[in-house]
Ligand binder design. Sequence first.
Ligand SMILES: [Zn+2]
Length: 541
Amino acid sequence: MNAYVYGYGAEGKERLIVVDLGVTFPDMDGSPGVDLIMADAGWLEENVDRIEAVFITHAHEDHIGALPHLWPRLKKPIYARRFTAKIGALKLEEAGIASDQIHVVEPRPQVIEAGPFKVQFVPVSHSIPESSALVIDTPAGRVVHTGDFKLDGNPIVGEAFDPMLWHQIAKEGEGVKVLVCDSTNVFSHQPGRSEATLAAPLTELIAAQEGMIVATTFASNVARLKTLAEAGRAAGRSICLLGRAMKKMVTAAEETGVLKGFPGTIPAEQAVEIPRNNLMLIVTGSQGERRAASAQLSRGKYLGLEMKEGDTFLFSSKTIPGNERGVIRIMNAFSEMGVDVVDDHGGKYHTSGHANRPDLEAVHDLLRPKMLVPMHGEHRHLREHAKIAMSKGIASEVATNGTMLDLTGDAPKVVEYIEAGRTYLDGSVLIGALDGVVRDRIRMALNGHVLITVIIDEDDVPLGDAWVELMGLPETGKRGVPLADQIEDELAEFLERAPDKVLANDSKMDEAIRRIARQVSMEEIGKKPEVTVVVSRLLAE
Ligand SMILES: [Zn+2]
């Protein structure tokens, strides 16, 4: 859920630019029922008059996904390259926002002036078309914000890594003052591999299969989709793309001219007519997402297509930590069908979109920055990257979420911590991660829920018995008698004996009834459920 802010100017009055507005994804443990997670834009909203523009480096969800949700609170011009702008525009349109807010930028030498900033987009190779680093010039010096990148001399789709271009950027003016640099693969010690190295092994693998082949990868990895489709065509197979996100990406890439020569594809209705050994499906859901095409196929028929014994399912992808359970569930489901599941084979059928450690060091050496601020990665990645920089005499600082660094001196200096939590998209509403909504939801999920209704008449006398309803709890426990009945019995005794001053006081009633319900539940079923008490009072005429 990337969201970087650069500022320049007098203290507290700096003009600001925002780089990337991304999302991350919820999980059942920490954020059940939540749809998306993004940075808390509270500080940006408070300082909205100081923001000049928003720049988006590339169209991965963790860099662009929050645009339709947070942009309405900022309403500043958005700058991105053509393909990224197209994906951003689709997102805004889906949210009912006019997409003319996005300005298409050509790569360097075009310069966008935004207040005191002069910004250039520099093509980098990554795992999505038209990824860009930003060269941000300020009166205090030059910042290079790499975005996600790898060093790939032949990325299949999009521009190759161009060392001369980077050399030029390092040479101009006073050189690079600050490198804000991707750290995702800092623990990978081998040099990264080019996307082009996958074509031969994938072609060989696919040619050797006899049944239907289904391959999955990230929908946005357009280069991989092309390599897979070409490998399928080479084996005489018709190609069918399944999954909305994948079709959207390929269409956007073709429309914006970044993807050319993608093999012709057939729709699912036509694919069902084709003999299995002449068919290849390329599907969404490489991370085990429950609603994606791969999960649908693992549960049975999907759009008339079905996996069978002798078919092959290929993960041309890496499982992102945290998604293992979903992926393994799918692998086992296919296994039960007699389908051969092939994973990335230690990198034979997949290569990362991020620079490995030797490549990061090559960039340090190429740009020779005075300071390095590690970004993208967990804390352990950032810390390792900072250590590498410092061992080479480059001043560095780990900036965790909310950290404000002063970059005008000789070393990054922490000057402030800004309140920077998380915002959840919950259904159609944005809520704060600490608002209590999800905390209550987790409690109900873990403990179950008891609803108790009591009616009190005009004279503060209970009218009939308390009424108990359970949700998410076993009906009976230790004694084999319905739990609801037992709570009702205990409450009947309580209401009979309760002093007038308790019966007349809502909060005392609430507290006493809640305590009784939890006590009875604890004895009977060994759990203390969440309890909602409703005291209805009849009013005197
Ligand atoms: Zn990315």
